[in-house]
Design a protein around this ligand. Structure first.
Ligand code: MET
Ligand code: ZN
Length: 768
């Protein structure tokens, strides 16, 4: 019989209990023992829930208090020296988030920073990057998988332990601080005996299957990495009676699969991302091997098309037989919210949309239904309900707006490009804006003070009227404009006081977006995000920013920048619909923004910034897919900004990553001015100007906004001087790295005052 299986469950809990418990522990409200006891209850509830739903392979060992890769590092003793003196729980969190603690009578003062955090493949989750010594020794300490397997067994629930695979673990790590570069995969022979020891412990505890996650299988891998995969699984094979399921997800495995396929009992493939791989992999399997088919999307929130999934699974069964197929989510469900049962508002206000949603708990039910259907059990009612929801979704006026479709289909070629080249536009802008050399500006937001947050809460609750809230926001905007004039900044912003979040704010003003109450997913550690949902064709409900920006402009003679969130970021930081191609959706958002940009211009706004902080993170995993992505994402940015006259200055802003590898695409966005995060990577970003020509104006960030620290004039002068080595003076702007909303006013004023002084200093120098 085909088995219903799962790869991982949202450990954060139905109501983010895990997050809350961990944070209570951090703030000293509960003890380590209390934390462990409460966490065990959550785990037990999750195992029971999955069992009741009818899953046959229920994961254990993937439940973490901070991060699974960090768990792995700690349990194999890959603990950098600076954390070694701490007790296990303190050590774990210190590695994840740093630890500062004053001395007590019995303990010394602790002050250690966190380890580096990196994005987990193309998800919005971030993992802790393991650090290794060149002569790293590994030990095996309190493995979570064994502990959790036993805890589930005590409840009479037989689980499938999940491990981070040895090759992914080493590959994703890096040489520790102060250690010269070396290939972390060279540590594999030392690590493998410990992995095998762990597998033996699982075997002794009574496990029969083990899931070993090797997500690096979907990367473009060098030969040495494939060789490491081959040798690792060859070494593990036959060491225990455990059956090994090696899981790849988030993309295509292509021929990386050849490195492991002869050494494992089962393979998991992400058939949501790469359905075509079923055909290529089936003929490769040996006669006893099992295929775990990931047909239910673990990354998104939409109902499965059961009919389609069943057909895929049946194809696998036809080739392999029922006993050699597992039905599974595409990846761990920890990337999906917990359950739609908490979405009472959507259920009440938009039952149709509700019927299209499926979070983790519902996804488990889908997996079970698919398995049952393939096994010939009666699931007619479930299939009928699913088919009708799928059908309404396809045709509902909520998802399809013929006007929007028509407009996208008929976008004229010239709409994708500003009418004049940059040189011509620059001339018109110089004339109109009359900016000094090295113009100063900020990225958009100013401190979201307690006062602002309280007013917003009262407004949301209904205790502050719309009129009073509007008056309050206007007063805030006025203060911010005055503050900028006092600082003598050249291009002003309205300060974004009215925005809680740069994506959600616009989502509320666009058709096609909705918002969940409890659709949380972990971003890193205990931090969760609740992305908006794009379910239908996108268009403007009304002008979105004109009133605020025009009001702000009315307060000053200096140019005011309109401030919008770009099409790619509007998508990337939302749960996007999966029923139309991404490029089409992006064009819809691009057109909605274009209307806003044109309206801002008509209202007399001279500069308009369209932020695209997420453009880099949307880059596909495989290089072969980059061009197609960059083509439409850059294209849609241009679509959103190209409707204006030459004299209107289009800005964009990017942050959060390393941009060098997409430099050409950034240039192709053809913004008149780009402000870009730089202060943390100094020379790295600038170096690229040696080899590439960037002809438009640019403001690499002069200081890091993530810290309350006020950068000195001297420090920023140095940075600015470095920039001048690479960038022609007439193109250079002075600005911070990113928006200032997470800062307080005192440090904001101080830092910006220094920044303006730096610009003036260089201006004077250049005149002389
Ligand atoms: C993450 S990028 C933020 C850009 C936005 N305009 C702000 O200043 O907050
Ligand atoms: Zn930013």
């Amino acid at each position: 019989m085909v088995k219903a299986t799962n790869l991982g469950f949202p450990y954060v809990g139905s109501q983010r209990q895990t997050k809350k418990l961990v944070e209570s522990f951090w703030s000293g409200k509960i003890s380590g023992d209390e934390l462990k006891a409460s966490i065990l209850e959550i785990q037990q509830a999750h195992w029971k829930l999955q069992k009741e739903q009818g899953l046959e392979h229920i994961p254990s060992g993937e439940f973490t208090l901070y991060d699974r890769v960090l768990d792995t590092a700690q349990q194999f003793g890959a603990i950098p020296q600076r954390y070694q003196h701490l007790s296990p729980l303190d050590q774990f969190f210190a590695m994840g988030r740093g630890l500062q603690r004053a001395a007590t009578e019995s303990t010394e003062k602790v002050d250690v920073p966190a380890m580096e955090m990196k994005k987990w493949f193309d998800t919005n989750y971030h993992f802790i990057v393991p650090e290794f010594e060149r002569d790293q020794e590994f030990t095996l300490q309190a493995p979570r998988a064994v502990e959790q397997f036993k805890a589930a067994k005590a409840l009479n629930i037989h689980t499938r332990p999940v491990l981070v695979g040895p090759v992914s673990f080493l590959f994703l790590g890096k040489p520790g601080k102060g250690v010269d570069a070396f290939d972390t995969l060279s540590l594999l022979p030392k690590l493998l005996p410990k992995y095998i020891e762990l597998l033996k412990q699982l075997e002794e505890a009574g496990a029969d299957w083990v899931q070993i996650d090797e997500p690096i299988l979907i990367l473009d891998l060098q030969e040495n990495v494939k060789a490491a995969l081959d040798s690792a699984y060859k070494a593990i094979k036959g060491q225990t009676s455990l059956k090994t399921l090696v899981a790849a997800y988030f993309g295509r495995v292509e021929n990386n699969i050849l490195a492991i396929k002869d050494h494992v009992d089962a393979l998991h493939l992400d058939l949501v991302r790469a359905p075509e791989e079923l055909d290529t992999v089936l003929p490769l399997l040996n006669k006893d091997q099992v295929l775990s088919v990931g047909v239910v999307d673990g990354r998104n929130i939409w109902i499965n098309n059961l009919e389609k999934s069943i057909a895929l699974v049946q194809k696998a069964v036809a080739a392999l037989g029922q006993d050699r197929v597992f039905v599974a989510p595409s990846c761990s469900l920890s990337h999906s919210p917990f359950s739609t049962s908490f979405e009472t508002k959507i259920k009440e206000k938009n039952p149709e949309l509700f019927s299209w949603l499926s979070f983790s708990v519902e996804k488990c039910a889908e997996i079970v239904t698919i398995a049952k259907a393939v096994n010939g059990q009666d699931v007619k009612a479930e299939l009928a309900a699913n088919a009708s929801a799928v059908a309404t979704r396809r045709t509902s006026p909520q998802t399809v707006n013929p006007e929007v479709r028509d407009r996208v289909a008929k976008i004229p070629t010239e709409a994708w490009k500003r009418p004049s080249p940059f040189a011509t536009r620059r001339e018109a802008q110089v004339k109109k804006l009359k900016l000094p050399l090295f113009p100063t500006t900020t990225i958009g937001s100013f401190p979201q003070t307690k006062e602002i947050r309280v007013a917003r809460q009262q407004f949301t609750k209904g205790t502050l009227s719309q009129a009073d809230y509007d008056t309050f926001i206007k007063a805030q905007t006025k203060e911010m404009v005055e503050a900028q004039e006092k600082l003598d900044i050249d291009v002003l912003v309205h300060g974004e006081a009215e925005r809680n979040d740069m994506v959600e704010h616009f989502g509320h003003l666009l058709h096609g977006y909705d918002f969940t109450q409890n659709g949380w997913v972990v971003s890193y550690g205990s931090r969760c995000v609740k992305p908006p949902v794009i379910f239908g064709d996108v268009s403007r409900r009304c002008p979105m920013t004109i009133d605020e920006i025009v009001y702000a402009q009315s307060l000053t003679k200096r140019p005011m920048k309109g401030m919008l969130t770009g099409p790619v970021t509007m998508m990337k930081w939302s749960f996007v619909r999966d029923d139309i191609p991404a490029n089409e959706l992006c064009a819809q958002v691009g057109l909605a923004l274009r209307d806003e940009v044109v309206d801002l211009e008509s209202a007399g706004i001279p500069c308009i910034q369209v932020d695209e902080p997420a453009i880099r993170e949307g880059l596909p995993i495989r290089r072969a897919d980059w061009d197609a992505y960059l083509d439409w994402s850059v294209g849609c940015f241009r679509l959103s900004t190209a409707g204006v006259r030459d004299e209107t200055q289009i800005h964009t802003h990017m942050c959060y990553s390393d941009f060098n590898d997409i430099f050409d695409a950034i240039a192709a966005m053809d913004a008149d001015v780009i402000t870009i995060e730089n202060s943390k990577s100094d020379e790295k970003l600038l170096k690229i100007f040696e080899s590439k020509e960037y002809t438009n104006e640019i403001g690499p960030g002069l200081y890091d906004i993530h810290s309350p620290r006020v950068p000195s004039v001297e420090e920023m002068k140095q940075r600015f001087a470095d920039m001048l080595k690479y960038i022609p003076a007439h193109l250079l702007w002075a600005n911070p790295d990113c928006g200032l909303k997470s800062r307080q006013w005192p440090e904001t004023n101080a830092a910006l005052a220094n920044m303006v002084e730096v610009a003036k200093h260089f201006r004077a120098q250049h005149k002389a």
